[in-house]
Ligand binder design. Sequence first.
Ligand SMILES: [Zn+2]
Length: 455
Amino acid sequence: MLTNRRSFLATVATAPAAGFLSLRMASAANRAAPPAGNLRIDGQRLRRHIEELSVFGRPPGGTFADGVTRIAYSDADIAARGFVLQRMKEAALDTRIDPAGNLIGVRAGEDARAPAILIGSHIDTVPNGGNFDGALGSLAAIEVARTLHDSGVKTTRPIEVVVWANEEGVAFGDGLCGSRAAVGEFKPAELDHVWNGVTKAEAIKAIGGDPSSIAAAQRQPGSVHCYVELHIEQGGILARAGIPIGVVEGIVAIHRYEAVIEGIANHAGTTPMAERRDALLAAAHLTISVRDVVTGRRGRQVGTVGQIAVSPNAPNVVPGLVRHSIELRDLSETTISEMAAEIEVAARRIAGETGTAVTLTQTSRHAGAPADPAVLESIEQSAALLGLEHLRMPSGAGHDAQMLARICPMGMIFVPSRDGISHSPAERTSWEDCSRGADVLLHTVLAMDGTTVRS
Ligand SMILES: [Zn+2]
């Protein structure tokens, strides 16, 4: 039997709330003439800034190719944040650090009261990480602001560049720290968590945040026009297809279940085949039914049985008890719950056929974050304007953007990762692809603002 069904039905029921914002966005986009394609970021400057940032956390005596270890709140992170603040100031941004330690640079719009367009990413890394994960999106956002400033382009809305604190979560074991605070998902009890001998409160203070007023980092729904993040794909789809721009449809939801199968443990030599209640045999059938259910419909959903425990786990005993995981991922939680219901039907049939009792329980549920249709369209139009081939795709990895999606329309731009490698010094995106991604970000910002740029 599936438990917790009520909770995911409730989630589905509340999901359409974003529709109101989408409509508002769509009308704003329609009002504006499409921006001319002449404006470009400075690719050489973007490259130089990525190379300069890579020095912070580089192994001693190493080069760019040796990658970077820049754990959030570390000395390398703090020094890198200083470098980023300087680049924000050079781009004429009005800088501050919010209570969660997020770095913010604001470019005023003509309408000071209009909700801002947020762009950015993170600069912390995993141990032995790469030079592009987070760094590209952060420095490209600053480059966009600098380009607008240097070209004298005025936008209606304010533009805020945000570098989110502790995205990776290597420190304190849970990530998206700054972006969670920005949407009110940061729990005050987290401030007492200890990592490497310091509390999270002390760590946030060390990067210039104010843990005592962390709630003030929260932004209210409706206060942000949209959030757009440029990021490396961290997978190999774009590189394999030879397509420079990925248009992210959303960040997938992940639901996990535990299947408990109770049979009867008995002597493997004396129990006739027809009299067995073999829990592992039932688990084998259930594993195949997970594959069949997931592949039985169109789409890019995936399902995995990846963990199993057999009891008593002996060669001469018919297995009496099996516990195994079932993980389902898709952009649509409705699709996931439909698949879970189909798996439940299969489990009942298998229990009947094998003389076992099968119980399915949901053990965890991470909500997905769909991209906003209007932002997604602006990204596609910008790529088309720049003559760049693009591909719609889901993100299987988590990003700060999934938090922002809770309070505002969200969109993400992916650029190719060479050989699909990430979280490694071997992480590479060609400089040309970095520039292309930043140009798409620039034109997406203009499109979402409704600004027309003429040559
Ligand atoms: Zn990242």
